[in-house]
Design a protein around this ligand. Sequence first.
Ligand SMILES: Cc1cc2nc3c(=O)[nH]c(=O)nc-3n(C[C@H](O)[C@H](O)[C@H](O)COP(=O)(O)OP(=O)(O)OC[C@H]3O[C@@H](n4cnc5c(N)ncnc54)[C@H](O)[C@@H]3O)c2cc1C
Length: 115
Amino acid sequence: MLVSVGRGIDEEDNLDIIFDLADALDATVSSSRPIVDNGWLPQDRQVGQSGKKVTPEVYIAVGISGAVQHVAGMKGAENIIAINNDPSAPIYDIADYGIVDDLFEVVPALTEQFE
Ligand SMILES: Cc1cc2nc3c(=O)[nH]c(=O)nc-3n(C[C@H](O)[C@H](O)[C@H](O)COP(=O)(O)OP(=O)(O)OC[C@H]3O[C@@H](n4cnc5c(N)ncnc54)[C@H](O)[C@@H]3O)c2cc1C
């Protein structure tokens, strides 16, 4: 299972809530390219055309818009869950499930439930 984080996380310090969710789910953290470009996660965490192709059972995309270069790396996931406050984000075109809301509300609430 992958919990993948995108630019919606805003600041490096906010990554803590992503790692907390991944810990609660026994999942691995991956990301979109801007997170790696910012130096917040190493290159081997990047999913996409110029990153890794992944095929997990569950891929949770948090604050990721769903650009074609990102989708190229994760469209093979069995179940795609998107958390994005923009209902028109392209990630919802391929997501199996979605939560259209503020990730800063949703992610800690999910972590609490899974813990
Ligand atoms: C040649 C080339 C290769 C590339 N290779 C890759 C690649 O391998 N991997 C890759 O990922 N990208 C790649 N890109 C970049 C790609 O085009 C996108 O720019 C990138 O994927 C966007 O990352 P993102 O979704 O994290 O950011 P954004 O597109 O900025 O999306 C951020 C999303 O977060 C949401 N959001 C913001 N705040 C909140 C909040 N509080 N709560 C919930 N949602 C929120 C927004 O609605 C938005 O949809 C490549 C580009 C090029 C030109």
